[in-house]
Design a protein around this ligand. Structure first.
Ligand code: PLP
Length: 366
């Protein structure tokens, strides 16, 4: 078969290990997954109540326009309904952007290290990938500006960044967007928006009127606790959204996903609570790192990138044996670190106890 040459040497996305797999493999009673930045508190109780009613008509195709959810999200952000695009997770929207705008003869700019799906999809489309090294875990926006040329089609800004968790100060991001030519789409991937507690942060949705070439990605997978339902959305100028809609498959969100996202959105008190507890627990990680003389990146998310005193794969394996699934930095492009989702108070206490076993290197503490 004549596969696209870009697929040569590519590998499918490899997720971290599942709870079931680790439980079976290591014969453990309890396994805690702190690997994919899901919400350890689950989702709003109203979602669970709704699911128990089984009110979905499974034999009917989903609403391909996501009408009900669309009107609620539009009201929440004070944007028009045609400024929204819903995807099967924001993963799908990333794919749609690449599909609509990238190809041979174009290039696309992103940080390294950042969320890998930008490069993955750009590669499939045959675009040139320009990666700009992070500076202290932060996007180097001056480097981004220098990388832009006539062939640049899409710029990806992961804010806060995965895997470092760093948030770009709003004034710096705004100054960068002002420099980007209007024919280049700037994607602001804000998957962890709901976890931000920095009081200087400006909601980028307020910039949409001024910059027709930005698109903002949000998701129900993280703070809303609905990763399994696969609902993400984009907010952009109606003209941008209309183009992306052309490459979207007709029923890309299922009925259950749309319905639970609507319930989850309505319960902002749950989100506020999760943001607050996550903030408190994040401080414990900062303290733990300081107490043990380990570097941790300054995170505004529900995960931290934490230095390990041994090889990151070894650290991940040792933590796995103690019932904690985390991500080794070796796989994420950040050797010497592990990415850990911030769990509940108890999970974090147990995690620190497990991590303590890594600190004893040949009888001495790091
Ligand atoms: C920065 C970032 N963007 C997008 C996604 C994809 O999220 P989803 O497809 O579940 O909405 C993730 C998931 O980990 C992420 O970390």
């Amino acid at each position: 078969m004549n596969w696209k040459p870009a697929l040569e040497g590519m590998t499918p996305y490899k997720p971290g290990r599942s709870i079931e797999e680790v439980t079976r493999l290591y014969g453990l009673k309890e396994v805690v997954k702190l690997a994919s930045n899901e919400n350890p508190y689950g989702c709003s109780p109203s979602v669970k109540e709704f699911i128990a009613t089984d009110a979905i008509q499974h034999e009917i195709y989903p609403d391909g326009y996501a009408s009900l959810l669309r009107s609620k999200v539009a009201a929440k952000h004070d944007v028009s309904e045609d400024a929204l695009l819903f995807g099967n997770g924001s993963d799908e929207i990333i794919m749609l952007i690449a599909r609509a705008l990238l190809g041979k003869g174009t290039n696309t700019i992103m940080a390294t290290t950042t969320f890998p799906q930008y490069a993955h999809n750009a590669k499939i489309e045959g675009a040139e990938i320009k990666q700009v090294q992070l500076k202290d875990g932060q996007h180097d926006l001056e480097g981004f500006a220098r990388a832009i040329d006539d062939e640049t089609s899409v710029v990806w800004v992961c804010n806060p960044n995965n895997p470092t968790g760093n948030l770009i100060p709003s004034d710096q991001l705004l100054a960068f967007i002002e420099q980007v030519p209007e024919n280049i789409l700037v994607v602001l991937d804000e998957a962890y928006f709901e976890y931000i507690t920095a009081d200087t942060h400006v909601d980028s949705v307020t910039w949409l009127g001024k910059f027709p070439n930005i698109i903002i990605l949000r998701t129900f997978s993280k703070a809303y606790g609905l990763a399994s339902s696969r609902v993400g959305y984009a907010i952009g100028q109606p003209e941008v959204i209309a183009h992306l809609n052309k490459v979207r498959s007709p029923f890309n969100n299922n009925s259950t996903g749309l319905a639970v996202a609507e319930r989850a959105l309505a319960d902002q008190a749950f989100i506020d609570q999760c943001r607050q507890v996550n903030h408190e627990q994040r401080a414990r990680f900062t303290q733990y790192a300081a107490d043990n003389n380990l570097h941790v990146f300054d995170s505004q998310t529900n995960f931290v990138l934490l230095e390990v005193p041994v090889d990151a794969d070894q650290a991940a394996e040792k933590l796995l044996q103690q019932g904690f699934i985390i991500r080794s930095g070796n796989a994420l492009g950040t050797p010497g670190y592990v990415r850990v989702t911030i769990g509940t108070e108890q999970q974090n206490s147990d995690f620190f106890a497990a991590f303590d076993t890594l600190l004893v290197v040949e009888g001495s503490m790091k």
